[in-house]
Write a protein that binds this ligand. Sequence first.
Ligand code: GDP
Length: 145
Amino acid sequence: MQRTLVLLKPDTVQRSLIGTLVSRFEQKGLKIAGLKMMNMTPALCDEHYSHMTSKPFYPAILSFMTCGPIVAIAIEGHDAVSVVRKMCGLTAESEWVSGTIRGDYARSIDNNLIHSSDSEETAKVEVARFFQDNELFTYTRSLNS
Ligand code: GDP
């Protein structure tokens, strides 16, 4: 069983798509292990996107990610990192496919609604970055995925 991190970016909140996107993961059978609305501070954004801070478009990412609240979600399930990543869709707009979250709802690479961890190692670091241990929940469902 793996845990992965999803961030619903400010455009998801602004476009009232929180429930729609959370539903996708629930309907897939994945389990919500933690969920909270929060503001991303510039320091947290720099840390989270440390692999992007030297890019010319990083100021736009920083401005966007701090322009309003986000929703952080820890998602649990079999092979959750890869399953969630596939459900979100690829980074480049030209590779967006219908049936993925970005393919169905996102407007541009700058307003692409959602982040998800890209590997098991990254997921561990990212879940710990956004959630304290006491904000993560273990519970049983009658039919576990
Ligand atoms: P992700 O895992 O698909 O979100 O992609 P990355 O971690 O590589 O990039 C983080 C975020 O930076 C993406 O979600 C995009 O919003 C943005 N980004 C990545 N590459 C580009 C680019 O070439 N141009 C622009 N404008 N934004 C980009």
